[in-house]
Design a binder for this molecule. Sequence first.
Ligand SMILES: Nc1nc2c([nH]c(=O)n2[C@@H]2O[C@H](COP(=O)(O)OP(=O)(O)OP(=O)(O)O)[C@@H](O)[C@H]2O)c(=O)[nH]1
Ligand SMILES: [Mg+2]
Length: 128
Amino acid sequence: MLVRVAVGVILRDGAVFIALRKSNQHQGGLWEFPGGKCEPFESAEAALMRELKEECGIVVTKCSFYKTIAHDYGDKQVELCFYKVTEFDGEPEGSEGQEVSWVAISSLSAYRFPEANQEIVLDLMAMP
Ligand SMILES: Nc1nc2c([nH]c(=O)n2[C@@H]2O[C@H](COP(=O)(O)OP(=O)(O)OP(=O)(O)O)[C@@H](O)[C@H]2O)c(=O)[nH]1
Ligand SMILES: [Mg+2]
């Protein structure tokens, strides 16, 4: 089963907002960029807006498509559609009780992310 996922890389002043996946979730205990599954017929961008409102309490006002990464976890195949989120209303929080953190991009490699995220983490750290 292929799952389409919209993911937001929320950026501000050289830092990125990340959240800890709960232990009962797929890839639990690892850090993530907030986001979630697209509903049937929902565009990735619409899903991004909805998920960041639900999970972080922000209204995205400016985002740009970053890249799509397909990954097979064996138990689950995902197509992650990453967006850079550079402007938003509200202060991001863990609206669902998840642990969250603003992390300097230069320190991202100190956090454990799901396998599918490795490419994005390296890419962000290589940003000028
Ligand atoms: N949100 C998010 N999901 C990711 C990332 N990397 C990654 O492999 N995933 C995978 O994408 C899939 C869907 O994400 P999700 O669990 O956030 O979906 P959701 O918010 O709709 O959750 P729900 O099932 O609790 O309603 C999961 O299998 C998760 O492991 C990431 O950086 N952010
Ligand atoms: Mg989610």
